[in-house]
Ligand binder design. Structure first.
Ligand code: 3EB
Length: 349
């Protein structure tokens, strides 16, 4: 995508990525557990996400490029690459094997809680040390996201730990929180988190149709998920919009239980509401559904034809789509869609 200067996103096959130039690559996420391509420079941070790719070639690389010079680095287990104003980073942490708490003692926090705390502490430390204070967009992939352990669902444990670290690092807990996605990954996969951060403050957007996630009532967990519905970033000559994982939620409730087609339509209505919000807030912006790059997560691979049909009816041919199998953080949700778009700013804006 080369419509405007600044950050660019491409979905390509591993072969295409290997053949392409990598000089302007900021970071990569692969979605089939593929190892980093041997021909690609070892200094590019690659998040290896273990979610099956549906339709297409069986593997996908999400490639973030930037047209300004970049340098790579590492801090603890965070690998990163940064330009003058943007940093891409990733971390993968395995959960330590759990041993039962000694008799009579309170049960320990889960290994996922611990891994999440470590990941977010190292991310915050990296951003502080490298001076990219604004977390813009975070992708979280947790093995067995819906499984119960230690008396709660693992997604809830993740939320508790994420919130705890953001609090201890003095970061915002409402309002200025990044756009995010949190999905399941293969059972034996590590916790994988990758992110984009910047030097200048973006604008965080909420969806008028939805309760802010950080204000969800307690029925969805003792600690709310800390994310904004979208992030709008002004870049040289244009705007970037990062839309969080979006599902069939209106207010705070999941709608259309069991009806994949209706959930897909509701999700699109939510994304359209966010585009409207972005265009209202950013004078001169004209984000459109048909010009987005979308990552579609399906709980059940068999729902692919239904979801594809709904999206074909709603989206233009210009929309770039990839389909991944992943569990979604609420049991009743069957589909979730995240998106990114860049648009030039009109000269008079
Ligand atoms: C939702 O709207 C669906 O915990 O970071 C979407 C995006 C969801 C991000 C997160 C969760 C997260 O609540 C789930």
């Amino acid at each position: 995508m080369r419509a405007s200067p600044g950050l660019h996103l491409d979905y390509v096959s591993l072969a295409e990525y290997q053949a392409a130039r990598w000089g302007d690559v900021l970071g990569v996420a692969t979605f089939n557990g593929a190892a980093p391509a041997p021909s690609c420079a070892a200094e590019i941070p690659v998040a290896q996400v273990r979610t099956p790719v549906l339709a297409g070639t069986g593997h996908v690389c999400e490639v973030w490029r930037c047209d300004t010079p970049a340098t790579s680095g590492r801090r603890a287990r965070v690998r990163f690459r940064s330009t003058e104003d943007m940093l891409f980073g990733c971390i993968a942490l395995s959960e330590a094997p759990e041993c039962p708490a000694p008799a009579g003692r309170a049960p320990r926090q889960s290994a996922l809680h611990e891994a999440t705390m470590q990941a977010y502490r190292e991310i915050c430390a990296t951003l502080d040390a490298e001076n990219y204070p604004h977390l813009l967009r975070v992708w979280n992939y947790l093995p067995d996201i819906n499984r119960d352990s230690h008396g709660s669902e693992r997604y809830w444990q993740f939320n508790t730990a994420r919130q705890q670290v953001l609090r201890e690092c003095g970061r915002a807990l409402t309002g200025s929180v990044p756009a995010a996605s949190a999905l399941g990954a293969a059972s034996d996969s590590p916790l994988v988190v990758y992110f984009l951060a910047g030097r200048t403050a973006p604008t965080f957007l909420e969806n008028p149709r939805q309760v802010s996630a950080y204000h969800y009532p307690r029925q969805y967990g003792s600690h709310s998920p800390m994310f904004s519905r979208a992030t709008l970033l002004r870049q040289s000559g244009g705007l970037a919009l990062f839309i969080s994982g979006t599902a069939s939620i209106v207010g705070h409730r999941s709608l259309h239980a069991g009806d994949t087609a209706a959930q897909t339509r509701e999700t699109l209505a939510n994304i359209e509401a966010l585009l409207e919000e972005a265009n209202r807030v950013a004078h001169g912006a004209r984000f459109e559904l048909g010009a987005l790059a979308c990552k579609v997560y399906l709980r059940r691979p068999a729902d692919l034809p239904v979801i594809k049909a709904e999206l074909a009816a709603a989206l233009g041919a210009g929309t770039r789509l990839i389909y991944l199998q992943a569990d979604i953080c609420r049991q009743d949700l069957l589909v979730e869609i995240e998106a990114a778009g860049m648009c030039p700013l009109r000269a008079d804006a």
